[in-house]
Write a protein that binds this ligand. Sequence first.
Ligand code: HEM
Length: 234
Amino acid sequence: MSSTPKAERPTARDFATVHDQPVIQRYTANERSNHWITAICFVLLALSGLALFHPAMFWLTALFGGGPWTRILHPFIGVVMFVSFMLLVIRFWHHNVMERGDVQWIRQIGDVLANREEKLPPIGRYNAGQKVLFWVMLASMLGLLLTGLVMWRAYFSHFFPVGVIRAASLLHAFFGFVIICSIIVHIYAAIWIKGAIRAMTQGWVTYAWARKHHAKWYGEVVERERSLARGRRE
Ligand code: HEM
């Protein structure tokens, strides 16, 4: 009897129907909740962070109950976002490991931007752009957490000399800038690829969507579906 490795064992998880049409489940309810909690924290952190960054944006503190409340809430929301994001990382890191075809995808970025998807190598669950963004987000989150803790006056900053706190605040702004730019690209790409937002709000994609945008992943899903059907017949 041949045994299938645990990660590839066919399950019913991938398959569902919507209005009696077969669809592929891309995200479970838990994965979606985890993602949107992270996204809501990000929006709150970007607004409160910008409010604290420059006097020209201080008016944004009105959204959080004034200056002192913004200063108090920002680091706590940061910790929530870090924990939530790390849960996303645990769920998705293995889909974001770079592979040979990814380098080719990056080389053909011209074809990506011109929507010539048929010329690209078959894409797995995520394309190289999504994978690069994933690792940039992770690096920025780690940078924001470490520098943020050094600057957190209520609990930690008295452990550090003033020079370290100054360097941390500069780096905190740098990582904040990087993650805001990355998320702008992430949102743009999510809107650009029609059907991606629905995957993250309702959880499913059509077979045509999967074949068009993630042909290799589509092949894996169909293969799992076949072995599931074979298992049912036996
Ligand atoms: C604020 C608005 C946001 C929108 C509209 C959005 C939208 C989306 C969509 C549609 C997907 C699914 C893409 C696909 O299945 O191909 C996705 C995946 C994902 N998003 Fe977001 N997102 C947002 C914010 C964030 C934030 C703030 C983070 C983390 C800092 C984040 C991290 C992720 C991760 C890790 C994935 C899985 C992709 C991967 O692992 O490479 N998102 N997002």
